[in-house]
Design a protein around this ligand. Structure first.
Ligand code: PXP
Length: 256
């Protein structure tokens, strides 16, 4: 039975540290605790402006992470040098805008296909697994296979936003879910591994984990926010259990 892996994004541990330019809390220690609690992967986004994760964090995480290290980064020459130096297990390419609060949309793989193809080839040559963070669009997923990526991470932000705020009508939520399902099925069809992330919360993780094509979830803000109140091990464990429970139910339903 394929249960979804949980990648925990520890960026926001660093956000709290950087708010005071202090030495604590340390995302490296947080990552170890997440792994103890059952995380299958540690994810960090090294942003150009270094607003949360710092180069030092990434170097230490490479030495200490015992599961997998997933580096989210923009497709820039600086980040390519960093990836070669650090050699994360996975690089997830994301679009990045300086002013955004968080990553707002998926990569435009169609619009940047030539540049991305060259960039991905360099990472692949260095034996790094490459995922592209894309909106749940069949066309973007198909193009991701053509530019040589190994995987797509479907942007779940719009679906999650519709779920959380309730401002979108039920049909919008259903439509966003359908887009995720179609994109996930397309990924499998074009032989890409399928991951998902962004905005996933304890209340909506079941809807996403029940899409059986998705093999990995990357979740940050909701887990770290909950960790402040209940502790990081409990926060990770509860999320992992909800995801696995939903997947078990979805697989059982498929069988019957
Ligand atoms: N996946 C990607 C590609 C992201 O950019 C982010 C945000 O850094 C996440 C997952 C995690 O999103 P959230 O913090 O909303 O769970």
């Amino acid at each position: 039975m394929l249960l979804p892996r949980l990648g925990v994004n520890v960026d926001h541990v660093a956000t709290v540290r950087q708010a005071r330019h202090a030495l604590y809390p340390d995302p490296v220690i947080a990552a170890g605790l997440c792994e103890l609690a059952g995380a299958s992967q540690i994810t960090v986004h090294l942003r150009e402006d270094r607003r949360h994760i710092q180069d030092r964090d990434l170097l230490l995480l490479r030495k200490t992470v015992q599961t997998k290290l997933n580096l989210e980064m923009a497709a820039t020459p600086e980040m390519l040098r960093t990836a070669f130096e650090v050699r994360p297990d996975t690089v997830t390419l994301v679009p990045e805008r300086r002013q955004e609060v968080t990553t707002e949309g998926g990569l435009d793989v169609i619009g940047q296909k030539d540049a991305l193809k060259r960039f991905i080839a360099e990472l692949v040559q260095a034996d790094i697994h490459v995922a592209l963070f894309v909106d749940p669009s069949v066309e973007q997923v198909q193009q991701s296979a053509r530019v040589g990526a190994h995987a797509v991470e479907l942007h779940t932000g719009r679906f999650c936003e519709a779920s959380a705020i309730g401002r979108a009508a039920k049909e919008v939520r259903a439509e966003e879910h359908r887009r995720l399902v179609d994109a996930a099925k397309t990924a499998i069809k074009v032989k890409l591994a399928c991951y998902a992330g962004h905005g996933i919360h304890y209340d909506n993780v079941a809807d996403i984990a029940s899409i059986t094509e998705i093999e990995e979830l990357n979740i940050g803000h909701s887990i770290i926010a909950r960790a402040i109140l209940v502790g990081i091990e409990r926060a990770v464990r509860e999320m992992a259990e909800l995801a696995r429970e939903a997947r078990r139910a979805a697989l059982l339903e498929k069988r019957t």
